[in-house]
Design a protein around this ligand. Structure first.
Ligand SMILES: [Zn+2]
Length: 73
């Protein structure tokens, strides 16, 4: 895992990639599920997968950004 990915926790509630410029710089979008509001990203430096998911809570849709756990870990 690279320094940027290491710096952030496994789960970042209320954050989207765009909220964290440092992460936005290294993450590239790999897939987008518009129906479920899920976007998958991959770090260009270390290959770490990230997932941004919007969930409906009360009056608004809030994002959660989290690392995708690799199976071999
Ligand atoms: Zn990384």
């Amino acid at each position: 895992m690279c320094e940027v990915c290491k710096k952030f926790g496994d789960e970042l509630p209320w954050k989207s990639v765009d909220d964290i410029p440092e992460l936005a710089e290294v993450l590239r979008e790999v897939s987008r599920d518009t129906r479920n509001w899920v976007t998958a990203y991959r770090c260009v430096q270390c290959g770490q997968g990230w997932e941004e998911r919007y969930e409906s809570r009360g009056h608004s849709d809030v994002p959660t950004l989290k690392k995708i756990k690799k199976q071999e870990e």
